[in-house]
Design a protein around this ligand. Structure first.
Ligand SMILES: Cc1ncc(COP(=O)(O)O)c(C=O)c1O
Length: 351
């Protein structure tokens, strides 16, 4: 099955008379003992349906988590005391904050790198225990050479994690390039409707899977059952949504690049995420408050277009321009999106 078909068909009950087409929401904290399920912190059939579908899309075995950051924390916990973690200096700021916290407690030694400088990243992999990749990065939109960095990391004996939240398995499947683990904030494109918080980790390594499953069982960073059901419902349309968001993004990027008042447009050529750099933080603030259709909101990957000046967050690295607005392009009609954005850009220019 190809990805669009997998997204629609996997994680469903068997095609047998009287079976529902959709996996039911199983509300259970415990199960009649003696079988495989036992307790609600270990397993839930609704999670399993979601995990089967997303796992197949990424090409491995999936574990669902309470949020993207619950999954991030569980992966950083794989690193031994005092060991080195290589990560992009422009990783999602929540992942960076976790690394800073771990460093302050002398748990790990983070080394932050320019992920576009493959040679420097490969050199930094020496003695590393974990190499963290995010590609494209949020919100700098940088691309990592995942196969080359993975080879260098494996040469040094390090595990490789790829945060695949922006690209989704529709556009990029890092396990095929040798990465050991893929991570998602399933809150974003996977669920796709800005109504769920969830995370996921996918791996082909059975040992890693067992360790992570054991940690999830023990720490309880599990998703709610209804969340898993909503995420699976959202996943059904992932291919369509990503395709449409990408078409819209490509057209908006083409038009934005023609505007003299937009300093820079960062777009790797695929996906629905775009960064537009305006001349100052003040102008960017005006723009984000002047749209009607585009929603001024954090988060991304929903059907509705959202925008946000990222440096409004104190935790965003200082190397992200003050005037950078992250655009999460939705699936609306591109002409409506463009008209609204132009109105806001013109209003800011006129002030
Ligand atoms: C790339 C990336 N990774 C991880 C996360 C964290 O996910 P969550 O908000 O579901 O905890 C986010 C959230 O914005 C993200 O953008």
């Amino acid at each position: 099955m190809r990805p669009a078909t997998q997204a629609v068909h996997l994680g469903r009950p068997p095609h047998e008379p009287d079976q529902p087409l959709n996996t039911p929401i199983t509300m259970a904290s415990t199960y009649v003992a003696g079988g495989a399920l036992e307790y609600g912190r270990y397993t839930n059939p609704t999670w399993t349906a979601f995990e089967d579908a997303l796992g197949a899309l990424e090409g491995g075995r999936c574990l669902a988590f309470a949020s993207g950051l619950a999954a991030v924390g569980t992966l950083f916990d794989l690193v031994g005391n005092g060991e080195k973690v290589v990560a992009p200096r422009h990783s999602y700021n929540g992942s960076l904050m976790q690394l800073t916290d771990l460093e302050l407690r002398a748990r790990v030694k983070p080394v932050l790198v320019d992920i576009t400088d493959t040679e420097a990243v490969a050199a930094a992999c020496e003695d590393a225990s974990l190499v963290w990749l995010e590609s494209p990065t949020n919100p700098a939109m940088e691309i990592a050479d995942i196969p080359a960095i993975t080879e260098a990391a494996h040469g040094a004996g390090a595990y490789v994690v790829v945060d695949n939240t922006f690209a989704t398995p529709i556009l990029q499947q890092p396990l095929q390039w040798g990465a050991d683990l893929v991570l998602h904030s399933a809150t974003k494109y996977i669920s796709g409707h800005s109504d769920v918080l969830m995370g996921a980790v996918i791996t082909r390594d059975d040992e890693l899977y067992d360790v992570l499953k054991g940690r999830r069982d023990l720490f309880g960073a599990i998703p709610g059952t209804f969340e898993a059901w909503l995420a699976l419902r959202g996943l059904r349309t992932l291919a369509l949504r990503v395709e449409r968001a990408q078409t819209n993004a490509q057209e908006l990027v083409r038009r934005l690049r023609e505007r003299a008042d937009v300093t820079e447009v960062r777009y790797p050529g695929f996906g629905g995420m775009v960064a537009m750099v305006l001349p100052s933080g003040e102008i960017a603030d005006l723009v984000q408050h002047s749209t009607d259709l585009w929603v001024y909101a954090t988060s991304l990957g929903g059907v509705e277009s959202t925008l946000e000046r990222r440096r409004r967050w104190k935790s965003e690295p200082g190397t992200i321009p003050e005037g950078l607005i992250r655009l999460s392009v939705g699936i609306e009609d591109v002409e409506d999106l463009w008209e609204d954005l132009v109105r806001a850009l013109d209003a800011a220019a006129a002030r």
